[in-house]
Design a protein around this ligand. Structure first.
Ligand SMILES: Nc1nc2c(ncn2[C@@H]2O[C@H](COP(=O)(O)OP(=O)(O)OP(=O)(O)O)[C@@H](O)[C@H]2O)c(=O)[nH]1
Ligand SMILES: [Mg+2]
Length: 328
């Protein structure tokens, strides 16, 4: 295993090869790798919070997230940022990671020295994936990527996870469809700090109508504590139209968060969420590898085969075994 000190030095210089290798170790579930990663995270120097920004990006499949990230990311680079693109995609544990195929939609970014693209960790459950993503995010920030984009597919739980690890949340929608706002769930709409109706080049009038509809719908939501009313913009990621206006809007929000200390509050909340993810994933990892638990688990499966229906009792038995063995 590489020396933590050396890796930290390389990461701080922005060396992408060292960053990638370190992330691979973060993703590993073995004891030795977990210990190494914990050591690494501890050794990262603290950065001023205001020096980095974390933006979550979401929207239903096909809405144009990847195309948008390509255009928006290039705009951020023009504005002097170095950007990292991460993904939280629970479905990738089955499909093996979608953002890689997506690199074709991020043609320029994937070759740009100021951009770093990392696919969603595959395997495991959402809590484990989000723990790794949070840790990856910190590593990227230490490697001088000051703007982190975290993409997620539009499927409920992963949005909530990404919302919990980012400073701002941008939701992409499509023109038209009109039917109850394209199935965008109210809870997700209320998480958005910024909304963009994409593909306005295809259906400009529809896009405007959808934007108006979204504004009305947001009006019905309770006002934000911080006084921010989420803007709804129209844009075309494919042609790059109005992507700069979106970047202005995000900047505006960022300035507000920085101005009155909200960012620090958000970051503390993110750390509390991280603690939760960390406990969940660590508990599950230990539970899964305990030999004693495995044996009782097999007994329980055998009991079910024989017709046992009291699942709560079996679950208690497995948990009791786990808790007993963890005492030693
Ligand atoms: N005309 C037009 N097409 C667009 C625009 N943005 C994206 N598209 C097209 O819409 C399709 C889907 O775009 P993606 O960027 O792959 O969408 P996505 O949200 O990343 O999709 P998933 O990763 O599958 O969830 C592609 O064929 C894009 O070329 C746009 O602004 N205008
Ligand atoms: Mg995509």
């Amino acid at each position: 295993m590489p020396s933590v000190k050396e890796v930290v030095e390389k990461i701080r210089k922005g060396e992408v090869a060292a960053l990638s290798r370190a992330i691979t170790l973060l993703e590993s579930q073995t004891d030795a790798h977990r210990a190494w990663s914990a050591d690494l995270l501890k050794s990262l120097p603290a950065l001023p919070e205001q020096s980095t920004f974390r933006l979550g990006i979401s929207g239903t499949p096909g809405v144009g997230k990847s195309t948008f990230i390509e255009a928006f990311g290039l705009e951020l680079i023009r504005r002097g940022h170095r950007i990292a693109i991460l993904a939280v995609d629970p479905s990738s544990s089955i499909s093996g990671g979608s953002i890689l195929g997506d690199k074709t939609r991020m043609e320029q970014l994937s070759h740009h020295p100021a951009a770093f693209i990392r696919p969603s960790p595959s395997g495991g459950f959402l809590g484990g994936i989000t723990r790794v993503t949070r840790e990856t995010l910190l590593l990227c920030e230490s490697a001088k990527f000051d703007y982190i984009l975290v993409e997620t597919v539009g499927v409920g739980q992963s949005e909530i996870a990404v919302h919990g690890m980012t400073d701002a949340f941008l939701l992409l929608a499509q023109p038209g469809a009109g039917d109850e706002l394209q199935g965008i769930k109210r809870g997700i709409l209320e998480m958005a700090d910024l909304l963009v109706v994409n593909k306005a080049d295809l259906l400009p009038n529809e896009a405007k109508r959808t934007a108006a509809e979204l504004r009305r719908s947001l009006h019905l939501a309770p006002p934000r504590d911080n006084g921010w009313s989420p803007p709804v913009l129209t844009a075309a990621a494919l042609t790059g139209t109005s992507v700069d206006a979106v970047a202005d809007s995000v900047d505006h929000y960022r300035e507000m968060l920085n101005r009155d200390g909200q960012l620090a509050v958000l970051r503390r909340k993110q750390r509390a969420g991280w603690l939760k993810d960390s406990i969940h994933s660590e508990l599950l990892r230990r539970l899964n590898r305990s030999e004693e638990v495995k044996a009782v688990w097999q007994n329980c499966l055998a009991a079910i085969e024989k017709g046992e229906t009291d699942i709560n009792a079996l679950s208690e038995k497995i948990l009791a075994t786990f808790l007993d063995t963890s005492k030693t």
